[in-house]
Design a protein around this ligand. Structure first.
Ligand code: HEM
Length: 299
């Protein structure tokens, strides 16, 4: 049983044509196992999350009731990407597991939407959002080491609270980038193999071997995305993560949740002014005491 399917080219060369489709089930079962092990661990074994000392009462008092987390543009991107990603997964893999329909057209249309959405996201995140907020920093690495030591019962001080994104989310984003860019780069070339509105069909653009390897990479990254999307949806639906999911719909999260998990020094948000504090401390007048980095974080 091989991981790839092979064929013989007109010149008698043995070339890979795509991955073996049983890998769809391998990815789905791996995703399911992860969910079961994680849910069991959290339900029966994990202790309460512990962080190093809290923010000062003055800082806490200045955090608005609704902490802005995702701008409208960032949320629109997220849901367009989610819709195109799910369409790509279902159109690619349903036919391979026996549900036959004319999938290629829907697939390349969703692929084009994802490609444009990701191009937009890269520009938006580089110039309008806080680009570095999604990449691991030195504190993440130090804290990860503390968390590992504490996990194994070794002495270590508690970690700091998170910046805008915990290390796990940053690593997940990194893996998604790898798989996402792989399907996009290969997918754009694979559009030359089918009829689209973008360019004339040209199956002779590459050698059989190059095409074969391209289909293999497309398939491998594609099945990887099955497991990754399962994990992402699972975390989005977990009760303790619902405030985060809610923030991807409404754009903000509650002050209590923000203070429980996030360090106001690492994720600086717009704070309410003392005059509005004396008025009840919610929205109307906000003094921007945050750095420009913090302000763009709120986008
Ligand atoms: C979640 C992301 C994606 C997954 C899971 C996925 C999966 C797949 C799979 C399994 C195939 C069948 C390949 C084969 O027969 O070996 C395929 C074909 C194809 N994909 Fe994707 N793909 C994704 C994203 C994309 C993107 C972003 C594009 C375009 C930019 C794209 C364009 C194509 C095209 C044109 C084909 C048809 C190739 C042909 O029939 O010759 N895909 N995809």
């Amino acid at each position: 049983m091989g991981f790839l399917e092979w064929a013989t080219s007109p010149w008698g060369q043995s070339v890979p044509i795509h991955i073996a489709w049983f890998l769809i089930w391998v990815a789905a079962i791996a995703g399911l196992l992860f969910l079961i092990v994680h849910a069991t661990w959290l339900r029966y074994f994990a202790g309460k999350k512990e962080f190093v000392s809290d923010a000062s009462p003055e800082i806490v008092a200045r955090i608005p009731k609704h902490v802005p987390r995702h701008s409208l543009v960032a949320r629109a991107f997220h849901w367009i990407m989610a819709a195109s990603m799910l369409t790509l997964l279902f159109t690619a893999f349903l036919p391979k597991v026996g549900v036959q329909f004319n999938w290629v057209t829907y697939h390349w249309i969703a692929g084009a939407v994802l490609t444009v959405a990701i191009l937009f996201h890269v520009i938006h995140a580089s110039f309008w959002l806080d680009f570095w907020s999604i990449w691991p920093d030195r504190i993440d690495v130090e804290d990860a080491w503390k968390r590992v030591r504490r996990f194994f019962g070794m002495p270590a001080p508690p970690p700091r609270k998170f910046a805008k994104y915990p290390l796990e989310n940053k690593l997940f984003h990194g893996v998604i980038i790898l798989c996402g860019l792989s399907v996009i780069f290969t997918g754009v070339f694979m559009m030359f193999r089918v009829r689209t509105i973008f360019f004339p069909r040209n199956p002779y653009l590459f050698s059989d071997m190059t095409w074969g390897l391209m289909y293999v990479l497309h398939g491998l990254a594609g099945v990887g995305l099955i497991a990754l999307v399962m994990m992402h949806v699972y975390f989005g639906l977990r009760p303790e993560k619902l405030p985060i999911t809610k923030s991807m719909i409404f754009g903000w999260m509650d002050r209590d949740f923000y203070l429980e998990e996030h360090d106001p020094k690492r994720w600086v948000v717009e704070t309410v002014s003392s005059s509005s504090l004396s008025n009840g401390g919610d929205t109307a007048s906000r003094a921007s005491t945050s750095s420009s980095r913090g302000l763009s974080d709120a986008g």
